[in-house]
Design a protein around this ligand. Structure first.
Ligand SMILES: [Zn+2]
Length: 392
């Protein structure tokens, strides 16, 4: 929209935000009805182009929540129950936020005195909501302990139902999520397939991990670095689920074999080069999973090599802590060169050629030729690596 005005004239813009679907299928669009609302920051706020004059600027945004009845729930990435709200964040942090209100079931707990709010709505049948809250609490505790990062003053998690057919002949089951500023949001079909919490547990652990990988450690070239921001996120999703006891070692091995090794090595796209991910990520479902699997397999490889090289003293975890500290100190997106510099520091050798071959060109790693740390084994059967539990 273009607004024409005299120089210096004060402008007031009014607009209505409406839901444009009768049944919620498109979870990223504004959801607004008589019972409440669920809107991402990028969809809620119409801002003038010049509101953010510079890339690193954080102008003051004030929101007055008026005309909401007493006791009406208001929750967003920046505050709980605000009436007048002052927000000073980067443009992308404002876009990557969530605002909800109205009829939600709000669960709260604290981690090191810092509140976590979990809002859920809708009918989830037999899904045990208490167990879901407990799983979230465990997840936040374990991941914050992993990063040794308890700085977030307030954290918000939102789960909203999305419509999916569930009949004798047609059973739709999906869950999607997005990591946001001091929050994450997930949308899932509230069908019986969510009852056992398996899918929700994975999605919650994955989206929580984006608080650090993706939002703190930011990509410079978006899709071209999804092998890291999705792949390493997934690797640390699984690794921290194992660490927290959500996964037993057997669960970890079974999931890894089924979801990672088998799906990657059987995929027709396993040799698709990295640059093609940029074009097809949003249109081709098999390509959109490629950077996850390729990246987490690379992370698994690297974790093993660092452990072997340091005789078990160090692991990929240490490299990740360094990368987080580096990203915060430099306050800029990380580059492949930053990553390779850190690899060289931990391996005492240049990993550039191997990285080029397996991430950029996309040749699958041949695990017949790879040495692993003693707690794992990998056997290659008909071209597909199979993870097993090792001696130590
Ligand atoms: Zn992700």
């Amino acid at each position: 929209m273009v607004v024409e005005h005299r120089p210096g004239q004060e402008i007031t813009v009014s607009y209505w935000l409406v839901q444009d679907q009768d049944t919620v299928r498109e979870y990223y669009r504004p959801l607004i009805d008589s019972t409440g609302f669920h809107v991402f920051g990028s969809k809620l706020l119409v801002l003038p182009d010049h509101f953010y004059p510079l890339k690193n600027s954080t102008p003051l945004l004030e929101i007055d929540w008026t005309a909401f009845p007493q006791g009406y729930l208001l929750q967003n990435s920046f505050a709980h129950q605000p009436r007048r709200q002052r927000i000073r964040v980067l443009q992308e942090q404002l876009s990557n936020s969530i605002f909800i209100g109205g009829q939600w079931r709000l669960h709260t707990f604290k981690v090191m005195e810092k509140p976590v709010y979990f809002a859920i709505r809708g009918d989830w049948g037999k899904m045990p909501e208490d167990s879901l809250v407990q799983m979230l609490e465990k997840t936040v505790n374990v991941q914050r302990a992993f990063w040794n990062d308890y700085n977030t003053p307030l954290f918000t998690v939102v789960l909203t139902p999305v419509y999916g057919v569930w009949t004798e002949n047609s059973k739709s089951c999906s869950c999607t999520g997005t990591g946001l500023t001091n929050s994450f949001s997930a949308g899932a079909t509230n069908n019986p397939c969510m009852d056992d919490l398996v899918v929700l547990t994975y999605v919650f652990n994955h989206e929580m991990m984006h608080h650090w990988i993706g939002l703190d450690i930011r990509n410079k070239t978006e899709e071209l670095q999804y092998w890291f921001s999705e792949g390493f996120t997934d690797y640390y999703t699984y690794k921290n689920m194992l660490r927290s006891g959500i996964y037993s070692t057997k669960d970890f091995v079974d999931t890894w074999n089924m979801e990672v090794f088998e799906k990657h090595y059987k995929s027709q796209n396993k040799t698709t080069p990295n640059y093609k991910i940029k074009e097809a990520f949003w249109t081709d479902p098999d390509i959109s999973k490629l950077p996850y699997r390729r990246g987490e397999i690379f992370a698994f490889y690297l974790d093993n090599q660092i452990q072997i090289h340091s005789a078990g003293e160090k692991s990929l975890d240490n490299l990740m802590f360094d990368l987080l500290a580096h990203s915060r100190k430099e306050n800029r997106p990380w580059t492949n060169e930053d990553f390779l510099d850190l690899c060289a520091k931990y391996l005492d050798e240049d990993l550039s050629a191997f990285f080029e071959q397996h991430i950029i060109v996309g040749e699958p790693i041949d695990f017949e030729k790879i040495e692993l740390a003693k707690h794992w084994t990998v056997e290659v059967k008909e071209g597909i690596p199979v993870l097993g539990i090792g001696r130590e």
